[in-house]
Ligand binder design. Structure first.
Ligand code: ADP
Ligand code: MG
Length: 728
């Protein structure tokens, strides 16, 4: 650490990496030590109780009081032995971050003696004062009660001195107020319909889980610099800042050597993640300077999402220890890459088969193709819903930004599979041509094993098949993946159920079940062909082509969210029992409100930066120039003077021009904000923000960025892009 003068500030920039305490044991020896895992339960619980719990964790079901009592007692002993003093229900309200309300184990017994207490009731349910969490109108303030209830399928864990119990969060009237409740329902549903589809091929499969591996991108900014960027602090992104002379054009950051200070942070992040049973596997630099990525090995989707939420917390917390601030915003810096959260998703049977992995036999190939085609069909039928799921003020700035997939949803499957699907489609046509149903021999196309080789990649696609899984790449870096995963798992489950129905409906019309399957797949392939795109998603041609195909390119959150409340979407969620119409409307309202608040904060911040930070400094510099000009006039001849004063005079005028416009636009923006705030209907208010307020950001910013290049570097009040992005 050293104090350095940084323009107007005296700040402390960290130079040396912070020392990380490396555990003496091997990773495998401390991995999961802070998790109340199956292993721990096996150790702490009577065999009977353990088996009951195991069954509940794996298959769901009701927990009786006796079992809960014993689990609570075991959890308490384990947690106290690990030094925990408090416990909390850990839940994911619709704010986007996780919530906790810590209670002490400490209690006074009847005899007035101090004891440590933790009962089944405390484990199973809590009643946090929920009035300050968003409910989209579901929970009136007079009925502010919200409840959390234990989710036994995700293990409890200890952070610091607190035992954290993953829970769902719902209102007094039973409506879900969190991300987890619909997720669990969707995953359950998917299990049911995917198992049914497996039954068409293999009777031994009796359950299917969704697997999820989430790649997380983020920026690390030196905390000292971060603290003097009020926009980063309050809005999570920079609202102005001229491009650095060098940023990512040399393409030297990606997979480059990781700087020492960052590496120390990453090491600690890994150690803490391992303790919490988060199986972090990869770490590397990303494309933009000071941008990084980490990814755990895939896990069951509910757990993967809990772990991702935890990981985001850890990233932020551990970054602070290393004098960095983690920035998880989708587009913190204009002109350099933004951050995403790639959701790698697949389906796995209880027999250990990855259903999106091509098989060796024609039977398993047909099963693989069935799942593949059904996923494509589901995305085709509900592309607007998926688009709605990834919508946020932050992601609006990233999608289509030439580094992230566009706002057009499409599916990439690779050239081999494209050929295979084309073949199935053609086969069907030939068959139709052959009169009187004299059906040809069934010919299940072979899938070349080359698929396993990941060479056939398309990194521009929002939804890409990558050999044995799909990768939903359009999710924003700060998002809770549950929103997208609820939708994806529901549409696939719904589609798979339809598939079984369609196949059964063909009974008697084809020679055998396989022929019926092929016939249905053929129809799906042709019905969903417009969603498949193999080319460059970043290109202008694709925009034109997509429009021709009738695919939507919705470039902002407010419009994208419309798809959330259509009769089609509500019908989908209601018939599958994942969300009710009321819950969907509430979620829609919350997301719009969130959008409005984000833009409102940014807009206020923009006004503050422009009027209180930039203009005063710029005026000071202008006055220096005016003094200079006056001085020149005093000492020079009038002939000399006109030449010598010209540059300063030009700058003086330019500064005046920029400042005049900035002042005008800020005033106009404030007026638009006032008008927008008068609108009561949230959808309309959000639209007013999107159309009337947001557009000033680009205008004002452009002028501020020009001023940044005009004004004396010494005076500029904000750390510049080159400093934010290259201080390591
Ligand atoms: P990339 O080239 O996109 O970085 P990786 O091979 O590093 O891809 O994998 C990215 C993520 O995909 C990891 O989290 C990994 O665990 C996950 N993944 C791999 N197989 C599956 C699967 N069957 N289901 C879900 N996620 C998977
Ligand atoms: Mg990836």
């Amino acid at each position: 650490m050293s104090n350095i003068r940084f323009r107007a500030y005296e700040i402390t920039l960290s130079r040396k990496p912070v020392e990380v305490e490396i555990p003496k044991q091997r990773t495998s020896e401390y991995y999961g030590e802070m998790v109340f895992s199956m292993e721990v339960m096996r150790h702490f619980l009577p065999r009977e109780v353990f088996l009951t719990m195991k069954n509940i964790v794996e298959k769901g079901g009701k927990l009786d009081r006796l079992v809960a009592d014993q689990v609570a007692a075991a959890m308490k002993s384990w947690a106290l032995a690990k030094g925990a003093t408090h416990y909390t229900h850990w839940f994911q309200p619709l704010t986007g971050s996780t919530a906790e309300k810590h209670d002490s184990f400490f209690n006074l017994g009847d005899d007035g003696k101090a004891i440590e207490q933790f009962t089944a009731y405390q484990l199973a349910q809590q009643e946090p004062d929920a009035s300050s969490f968003p409910s989209g109108g579901i929970r009136n303030t007079f009925e502010a009660r919200g409840y959390t209830a234990w989710d036994p399928s995700s293990p409890a864990f200890i952070i610091g001195n607190t035992l954290c119990i993953p829970t769902i969060f719902f209102s007094y009237t039973g409506e879900s107020l969190d991300y987890k409740t619909p997720l669990i329902k969707a995953l359950h549903l998917l299990d049911k319909s995917a198992t049914e589809v497996c039954g068409l091929f293999d009777k031994s499969v009796n359950s299917v889980i969704a697997t999820l591996g989430i790649e997380q991108e983020y920026f690390l900014i030196d905390s000292a610099l971060y603290r003097v960027r009020p926009d980063l602090m309050l809005a999570g992104r920079t609202l102005c800042g001229h491009a650095s002379a060098r940023d990512q054009q040399l393409e030297d950051n990606y997979f480059g050597a990781i700087p020492e200070r960052i590496l120390a942070f990453m090491k600690e992040l890994e150690i803490e993640s391992y303790r919490l049973g988060i199986p972090l596997k990869t770490r590397h630099n990303e494309v933009a300077p000071n941008q990084f990525e980490c990814a755990p090995m895939f896990e069951e989707a509910n757990i993967a999402i809990d772990h991702n939420q935890l990981l985001m917390d850890l990233i932020e917390r551990i970054a602070k220890k290393h004098n960095f601030t983690a920035v998880l915003h989708e587009k913190p810096f204009a002109g350099v890459n933004g951050s995403g959260k790639h959701n790698n998703w697949s389906l796995q049977t209880n027999t250990g088969i990855n259903l999106l992995s091509p098989g060796k036999t024609s039977k398993s190939n047909l099963r693989f193709l069935s799942f593949l085609v059904n996923v494509v069909k589901a995305v085709h039928d509900h592309d607007d819903l998926l688009r709605a799921c990834i919508a946020s003020a932050g992601n609006d700035l990233r999608l289509g930004g030439n580094e992230a997939p566009p706002a057009i949803i499409s599916v990439f499957i690779g050239s081999q599979l494209t050929r295979t699907l084309d073949e199935i489609e053609k086969q069907g046509r030939r068959k139709i041509k052959a009169a009187n149903g004299s059906s040809h021999d069934l010919n299940i196309p072979k899938i070349p094993e080359i698929l396993f080789d990941n060479t056939d990649r398309n990194r521009t696609s929002p939804f890409a098949f990558t050999g044995n899984k799909f990768e939903f790449r359009a999710v924003g870096s700060s998002a809770n993946s549950a929103t997208s995963m609820v939708a994806l798992n529901t549409i696939v489950a719904d589609q798979l159920r339809q598939f079984v129905e369609d196949v059964n409906g063909m009974a008697g019309k084809t020679k055998g079940k396989d022929a019926a399957i092929i016939e249905v797949l053929r129809r799906y392939i042709s019905e969903s062909s417009k969603i498949r795109f193999e080319g460059n998603n970043y290109s202008e041609e694709w925009k034109a082509e997509a429009e021709k195909r009738g695919l939507k390119n919705v470039n902002n959150t407010v419009d994208a969210l419309d798809a959330y409340t259509t009769a089609k979407t509500i019908g989908l969620f209601e018939r599958n029992g994942v969300l009710t119409g009321r819950e969907i409307h509430a979620r829609h309202e919350i997301r719009l409100e969130n959008y409005v608040k984000k833009i409102q904060i940014e807009s206020r911040m923009m006004g503050d930066l422009a009027i209180n930070h930039i203009i005063p400094v710029v005026t000071r510099y202008q006055n220096m120039l005016i003094e200079n000009v006056k001085g020149l006039k005093e000492i020079l001849t009038s002939k000399e003077y006109s030449q010598a004063a010209a540059p300063a005079l030009m700058t003086i005028r330019e500064i005046s021009d920029h400042c005049a416009l900035i002042k005008l636009w800020v005033a106009e923006m404030i007026e638009e904000r006032r008008l927008a705030n008068l609108i009561l209907e949230m959808n309309e208010r959000a639209r007013a923000y999107q159309q009337n307020v947001l557009r000033y950001f680009v205008l004002i910013r452009e002028r501020i960025d020009k001023l940044e290049l005009l004004v004396d570097d010494e005076l500029w009040p904000l750390p510049k892009y080159r400093e934010l992005l290259f201080t390591k």
